[in-house]
Design a binder for this molecule. Structure first.
Ligand code: UDP
Ligand code: MG
Length: 231
């Protein structure tokens, strides 16, 4: 069972990240140690076949979940959510592409009462090819239409959100890369239940542009048009 303790559970999904995971954990733990809020780091090793597991095991201060096989980004976050002990959860990639040092700004925004605060990547346009750019623009239009806040980066994997809200939505969220997009799009999914969103621009640097992945626009959200989240 989850508890109501106030704090931040930072979930780091991780698939074959031996090159980056040690540095990411060092940065994350160093940063969280300096904050006033109670916190924990949950690494979800999503069936990695490289040395990721060993490197995470060498870091005793993190909680670890291991998937025996690779089941996808969204499912990794869902696994992390199921064990998170604090009322706010954060997500960040293991590859170091998001500036974890910006976490205090996101937390400060959460303090204002938002359900979810997203770090919008400043370099998102430079990263995208033509088709990905079109997909992202479409998502941004839908989300802006549904939500009063001007969310710049609907796919951002750097955010903080209220744990219990996301747990309620989890069955309707994509298990793979569109988890974050479907989460941004939850006004559609939950039909009528508005999520109070805020977006903050964070400075990201281009670290890795992975080839071969075609943008997958979330359509799952339209499968449940009549669903209303329970109170
Ligand atoms: N990841 C995962 N399972 C997967 C694929 C990715 O847990 O099947 C992790 C990955 O290690 C990273 C995060 O999810 O920490 C986002 O993946 P990636 O950085 O490849 O996505 P991108 O930033 O390129 O969209
Ligand atoms: Mg990444």
């Amino acid at each position: 069972m989850t508890s109501d303790k106030h704090g931040l559970s930072l979930i780091i999904p991780c698939y074959n990240e031996e090159a980056a995971i040690a540095g990411t954990l060092e940065r994350a733990l160093g940063l969280l140690d300096g904050l006033k809020i109670a916190s924990e780091v949950i690494v979800v090793n999503d069936g990695s076949t490289d040395r990721t597991g060993d490197l995470v095991a060498a870091c005793p201060r993190v909680r670890t979940i291991r998937h025996p096989v690779n089941v996808g980004y969204g499912n990794s976050i869902k696994s992390g959510l199921s064990v998170a002990q604090y009322d706010w959860v954060g997500i960040i990639d293991a590859d170091g592409s998001y500036p974890i040092e910006e976490l205090p700004r996101l937390l400060a925004e959460m303090d204002k009462g938002y359900d979810m605060v997203m770090g919008s990547r400043s370099n998102i346009r430079e990263l995208d090819g033509f088709f990905k750019h079109c997909g992202r623009s479409l998502m941004r239009m839908i989300i802006r239409f549904l939500n009063e806040s001007r969310i710049e980066d609907a796919n951002s994997g750097f955010r903080i959100m209220k744990r219990d809200l996301v747990i309620r939505l989890a069955p309707f969220l994509c298990g793979t890369f569109s988890f974050t997009t479907s989460l941004s799009d939850t006004q559609v999914i939950v039909g009528g239940h508005r999520i109070n969103l805020a977006g903050l621009r964070v400075d990201t640097t281009v670290l890795v542009v992975k080839k071969g992945r075609v943008v997958t626009l979330v359509v799952a959200s339209f499968y449940y048009p009549g669903y209303v989240a329970p109170n």
